[in-house]
Write a protein that binds this ligand. Structure first.
Ligand code: PEP
Ligand code: MG
Length: 591
């Protein structure tokens, strides 16, 4: 039966495919397709893993027998029996085989998919005892996965087969292989999301998350349709259901009827045509009707993204979120050498265009590792985040600064500092930058010149620009956090997402005030938050005087189209009128 789930639109476009439910705890399980010739080998890997788990349990049973009945709690013996029974269960092994054979899933993926199918059956059981066997199922899956780790996959992740886009006919014929897959999860961390960058998924749905949460930001950078905050979707959608993601409306349609499928298929093709048309603007300079040159820059997460930024027509990188180099490394942070090479790759990748590297911004909804998810602090977004974290760990910060300064030899580089608010933090930051230079001098290592900028993303910073303008070469407005901190709305919390409003008059006043003040003092200023890539806001930002926008590469051409149609001489007055409204959003919609 067709039904829809409403969430938050994150990354535009339509995706149609089959649901793949992945438990948050299993996000690190590899997901890739194998070749038909590898089916037997992959089934063998599961068998070897399962045999090893059976063996482990039987050895435990034998040792219990040796110790005697008195020392062995009855419950443990019974539990091991249940585990053995589950391991030998035909539904588990038969199901796993089917996912491998019919869908060409790799062994780990097949195993966890089948686990999810059976776990749902347990959930629906009346008998409480049987319902509780779900935990046992989880445990034995974990055992098999662990045992399988020792059995190398014959298929390298990099050889993962790309998913062919199905024709409308495929979809209607319910073709089982080669259809796009839609990832459905309760939650995804930003680094989980990044891991899926080269993956097989054509779209993402999560139960939780706000529109400008970092998970949503990475989804947008992947440029594939995604909906977050689609509450309960991971419970309502079943493994293998057909789903449609409408990334523009923030809607998920489950089990669509043929008519709905055809309608969305049409919308999907329209979207693709529109994108195709935009590529004609690739080499057109971004100049408004009244001759204002507009700088369109890219936001990137990894050095490899630089190539995509150039291809998308970016004239530089306005924000390289360097923290993604630090995530998911189980506490072992990248050393100076590794960071230097990463920054160098990004700089060289931009082929002479400038790269703005933001120093590490972890904390709040960007934990270094999942295990470090900050539940200990009541308000992690107000806690030890970004520059606060860097200043609290000078050795780590100096390592990053030295790496950036060294990389600056390879091309125009800017250094950007996040979350500053106090003059003392600014001074402390500059003293560490000086120290990093001295350390390189002492080692006789070459480094390049950098322009140093600050992010304006806390209202207090926007209200005390004088001190920022005194120290910094340029400013970059981080509207994602500026909105969060101005309106006291957690950007990652979908329950207050309806109040997260870029058009709140207070937000507009802080953004416009920063732009005007920078212009008055002849300091470059850009916006690098999500507002910069939102085409419904391009004219307003131009009207405020903004001339530099940094966004996901996928947004650049759409924003350029807005720029080409704009006349800033007319937009200035209109922007002032919008900002004077109690509810600017209403006026914007009328425009
Ligand atoms: C911002 O806050 O607007 C920004 C660009 O930084 P981030 O989204 O990484 O916090
Ligand atoms: Mg920020």
């Amino acid at each position: 039966m067709t039904f829809s789930i409403h969430g938050l639109a994150v990354a535009r476009g339509i995706a149609i495919g089959r649901a793949v439910l992945v438990a948050s705890s299993r996000m690190d399980v590899a997901h890739y397709f194998i070749d038909a010739s590898q089916i037997e080998a992959e089934i063998d890997r599961v068998r070897i893993g399962r045999d090893a788990a059976v063996d482990e349990i039987q050895r435990l049973q034998a040792s219990m027998v040796r110790k005697g009945a008195k020392e062995t709690p009855h419950e443990l013996a019974a539990l091991l029996e249940v585990h053995l029974m589950l391991l030998k269960d035909v539904e588990l092994s038969g199901g796993v085989k089917r996912w491998i054979t019919d869908r060409l899933y790799n062994a780990e993926w097949a195993l966890t998919t089948q686990l999810d199918v059976i776990a749902r059956q347990f959930d629906e059981m009346e008998d409480e005892y049987l319902r509780e066997r779900k935990a046992d199922l989880e445990q034995i899956t974990e055992k098999v996965l662990r045992a399988m780790r020792g059995v190398a996959s014959p298929v390298a992740l990099t050889s993962a087969r790309a998913v062919r886009k199905p024709s409308q006919q495929d979809l209607l014929l319910d073709d089982t292989v080669d259809v796009p897959l839609i990832l459905v999860a309760h939650d995804l961390s930003p680094s989980d999301m990044l891991q899926f960058k080269k993956s097989v998924f054509a779209g993402f749905i999560t139960d939780v998350g706000g529109k400008t949460s970092h998970t949503a930001i990475v989804a947008r950078s992947l440029d594939i349709p995604a909906v977050v905050g689609a509450r309960l979707s991971s419970q309502l959608v079943r493994q293998d259901d057909w789903v449609i993601i409408d990334g523009d409306a923030g809607v998920v349609v489950v089990d669509p009827s043929p008519i709905i499928l055809a309608e969305y298929g049409f919308k999907q093709r329209q979207g693709e045509l529109e994108r195709g048309r935009l590529t004609r603007l690739l080499n057109t300079p971004a100049v408004t009707l009244d001759g204002q040159k507009i700088e369109l820059l890219a936001n990137i997460e990894m050095p490899e993204d630089a190539l995509g930024a150039v291809k998308a027509g970016a004239v530089g990188v306005g924000l390289f979120r360097s923290e993604f180099l630090f995530m998911g490394r189980r506490g072992k942070l990248p050393n100076e050498e590794e960071q230097y090479h990463a920054y160098k790759r990004a700089i060289e990748g931009m082929q002479g265009l400038s790269v703005t590297i933001r120093t590490v911004d972890v904390g709040a909804d960007k934990p270094l590792d999942k295990s470090m998810q900050d539940n200990a602090h009541l308000n992690p977004a107000l806690g030890l985040r970004a520059i606060r974290w860097s200043l609290a760990d000078p050795a780590m910060f100096l390592t990053q600064l030295r790496a950036i300064l060294r990389a600056a030899v390879h091309g125009p580089t800017h250094l950007l500092i996040p979350m500053l608010v106090h003059a003392s933090e600014i001074r402390h930051t500059f003293s560490l930058i000086d120290r990093a230079r001295v350390e390189l001098d002492n080692r006789g290592v070459a480094y390049g010149p950098v322009k140093i900028g600050a992010m304006i993303e806390i209202p207090a910073a926007a209200l005390t620009l004088k001190v920022f303008l005194k120290y910094f070469d340029f400013l970059s407005i981080g509207t994602n956090d500026l909105i969060q901190y101005t309106l006291a709305i957690d950007r990652a919390d979908e329950s207050v997402a309806h109040l997260y409003d870029p058009l709140h008059p207070a937000v507009l006043r802080l953004v416009a005030g920063t732009i005007v003040e920078c212009q008055a003092q002849d300091k470059p200023v850009s916006v690098c938050g999500e507002m910069a890539g939102d085409i419904s806001l391009t004219r307003l930002l131009l009207g405020m005087g903004l001339r530099s926008f940094s966004m996901h590469p996928a947004q650049i051409l759409a924003v350029k189209q807005e720029v080409l149609r704009a006349d800033t001489s007319k937009l200035k007055l209109w922007a002032e009128q919008v900002m004077a409204e109690d509810e600017p959003g209403l006026r914007m919609n009328r425009h």
